[in-house]
Design a protein around this ligand. Structure first.
Ligand code: SF4
Ligand code: SF4
Length: 127
């Protein structure tokens, strides 16, 4: 018996025209990642340390937000951590809009490409 396979949604950030849009509210990152960023002296800071077993160290911190933007977002709309050293860019940020191999729930709010697709799909279903 044939079963219906759901099509995997693929989003390529390299083709996105709103690459800073998803940095509006910062990101939750592992405490050890934050330490590496601070050690490199990259301009920006963190807030709210919290226990979270989902993160490798068992702790997460949020990147601070200023004027509804992550403080690590540079004036040119690019991530300062990415520019200095991609290898220390937080995993959460590298993976977004995915989380654990699936589209992150918050992508409905933060990822313009995903939002457009959802809108188009809903439009098709109505026809
Ligand atoms: S996550 Fe979405 S909004 Fe962010 S760069 Fe990728 S496609 Fe663009
Ligand atoms: S650390 Fe960089 S990629 Fe992550 S939310 Fe901040 S600006 Fe965006």
């Amino acid at each position: 018996m044939k079963t219906k396979k759901s099509k995997k949604i693929v989003i390529d950030c390299a083709e996105c025209r709103d690459q800073s849009g998803c940095c509006s509210f910062g990101a939750w990152i592992d405490l050890e990642e934050a330490k590496k960023i601070l050690e490199r002296g990259i301009k920006g800071d963190f807030f709210h340390l919290e226990i979270d077993k989902e993160f490798p160290s068992g702790f997460k911190v949020g990147t601070s937000i200023e004027d509804e933007r992550c403080v690590f977002l540079d004036n040119d709309g690019l991530c300062r951590v990415h520019k200095v050293d991609y290898s220390i860019k937080p995993i959460t940020c590298k993976e977004f809009p995915y989380e654990g191999g699936k589209i992150a729930p918050i992508a409905d709010v933060l990822c313009s490409v995903h939002k457009d697709r959802v809108k188009k799909l809903k439009g098709r279903r109505r026809k």
